[in-house]
Every structure is written in C-alpha cells, then in structure tokens.
Ligand binder design. Structure first.
Ligand code: CP
Ligand code: NVA
Length: 303
C-alpha cells in the first residue's frame, strides 16, 4: 500500500475519520485510567516547526511519548532547512530515518512537496491554508458532548482563514451545513466555497450565520504571518466578535469552540471563554487524543 499522508481532511474517507474520532475517545479513556499502551515503541516522529506552537507541539510530543516512541523537534533555525536545502532533499533524508513527519509551515505547497518525496507519512500541523489536526479535535469534542454532527449547522464567524477552510472540508467529510460570516475581503478559499455550495453559505452578518446554529466557532483575526496587518484587521473585523449575546441567537444547546490562542476583546468578548457554552479547553486537550488516534491509524492500522 502506498504511504498515507494527512495534509487535509480529504486525505481520509468519512468512515476513516469517524473511526479516528471514536478511537480518540477510547484512547482518552485508556489514558485517564492509567492504562499503558505503547504501539509505537522505538518509532520516531520528526516535528518541523516554521511557526510557533503550544498545543500542537505539546500534544504531538506527549502523544509519541505515551505511545512508547520519541518525537524530535526541528526548527529551521537549527537545521539546513533554514539555510535553503531543497525541500525534496530534506524529505528524502529525514524520511529515511524517522517513521513519521509532522510539519507546521506557511506554504501548503511545501508540505505537498515534502510528502511527495517522503517514504513515511507526513502530517500537516497547520499551513496558511489548512489546519486538519485541529478539526480532528473539534469533531471529537462535538461527538463527546452532543453525538453525531451529521445534519447539524455550524457557524464560522470571523476570518476565512486556514481553520475556516478546514471547516469547509469537515462539512463535506462529516456531513454538516456550514454558515460562514466574514467581512467581504476576508472570505475563505472561493473555489472550496463554490465546490461545496450545497452545504456552505457565506454571510456578511454574524447574526444571520449564527441563527439556530448547533456549533459556533471562531479564530484570531490575524493569523501567524499576518502580524503586520493586526491593527488594520482589528478595524475591518469590528462587528464579528463572538459574545454570549451572539451565542444566544444560536440553538439552545449550542456549543462554542475556539482553536486557541484566543484574543479576548477581539474575536471573542472578555467573558466568552467563561461562558458555559465554551468548550475550548476540552477541545485543546483533545488535540492529544485525536492525534494519538491519527498516529495509530497512519503507523499501525493502515499498514
Ligand atoms: N490550536 C493550535 O494549533 O494551537 P498552537 O498554535 O498552540 O499549536
Ligand atoms: N489561524 C491561526 C490558527 C492558530 C492555531 C493561525 O494560523 O495562526
């Protein structure tokens, strides 16, 4: 079988994704009960980070350790990647020694090129275009708290960024409707929206997008790499803040998610994280469990 990669949610079938979510719930239970399970003994993961991270690094590194394996942090500052060694050569070399590679970088094309030259599975741990690992955790969290998301309505409020694009893919793979509210100049990938027009609708008003939604999500207004635009974006996104009052317009049992880090007073009101509908910290913890399930799938189950 050819090497499986996880660059976007579309690299898995809906059944495989559902399997990973259910396995994540099981792995969480096992960890909480202190059960030792080490399917990746002696296996090594290379973690290439060209952007900052708290959750992604801690969850992958911890997951590999709990599975009996090892994770190696590689920063371009300290490797030849940062000195212009071709990505193709780096992929051939690194993948000849390790068992799986995780990459967080700017260009999605870079991750695709790396994967094309890698002998081992490559995981996209965030690019400018997609953040599929976060969606595994988000879908696990919804599943734990509310059951199947099939047929439900999710509202995305704010920037049409990497997270928003991944929510469009999730709408397809997990079979839900997605309402996106964003300022006109900050819409998600137009091709993706058009291709999925049967389930994805774009609004200019958060109130319209959120009306009756079962899940409301947002993210920072300026993503990593957009620091120079921060001030301008704060102006452009005024009116797109998620607050308990906005949540009141969603369904009665609606949940609120944020991939974190959060900027209180910008994309969320000061009190949103303390609202009982906010499940952002469960969502953050689930990065660990969902990615362990992903690693097990790529390195054990699908082999
Ligand atoms: N949500 C997320 O990916 O967090 P980090 O940037 O801290 O990894
Ligand atoms: N959209 C954000 C997500 C951070 C996890 C960014 O790319 O910085």
């Amino acid at each position: 079988m050819s090497t499986r990669h996880f660059l976007t949610l579309l690299d898995m079938t809906p059944a495989e994704l559902q399997g990973i979510i259910e396995r994540a719930v099981e792995l969480k239970r096992m960890r909480n009960e202190g059960e030792i399970y080490e399917p990746l003994k002696n296996r090594v993961m290379a973690m290439i980070f060209e952007k900052a991270s708290t959750r992604t690094r801690v969850s992958f590194e911890t997951g590999m350790a709990q599975f009996g394996g090892h994770a190696m942090f590689l920063s371009p500052r300290d490797t030849q990647l940062g000195r212009g060694e071709p990505i193709e050569d780096s992929a051939r070399v690194i993948s000849s020694m390790v068992d799986v590679v995780m990459i967080r970088t700017f260009s999605h094309a870079l991750v695709e090129t790396f994967a094309a030259h890698s002998r081992v599975p490559v995981i996209n741990a965030l690019t400018d275009d997609y953040h599929p690992c976060q969606l595994l955790a988000d879908m696990q969290t919804y599943f734990e708290l509310r059951g199947s998301i099939k047929g439900k309505t999710v509202a995305w409020v704010g920037d049409g960024n990497n997270m928003c694009n991944s929510y469009i893919n999730a709408a397809v793979q997990f079979d839900f409707n997605l309402n996106i509210a964003c300022p006109e100049d900050f819409a998600p990938n137009a091709e993706l929206v058009l291709k999925n027009a049967d389930r994805v609708r774009v609004f200019n008003s958060p109130e319209e997008a959120v009306a009756g939604a079962d899940l409301v999500c947002t993210d920072v207004w300026a993503s990593m790499g957009q620091e120079d635009e921060q001030r301008q974006r704060v102006r452009e996104f005024r009116g797109y803040q998620v607050s308990p009052a906005l949540m009141d317009q969603a369904a009665e049992d609606a949940l609120f998610m944020h991939c974190l880090p959060a900027h209180r007073g910008e994309e969320i009101s000061e009190d949103m994280m303390d609202d009982p509908r906010c499940v952002a910290f469960q969502q953050a913890e689930n990065r660990l469990h969902a990615q362990k399930a992903l690693l097990e799938f790529l390195l054990v189950t699908s082999k």
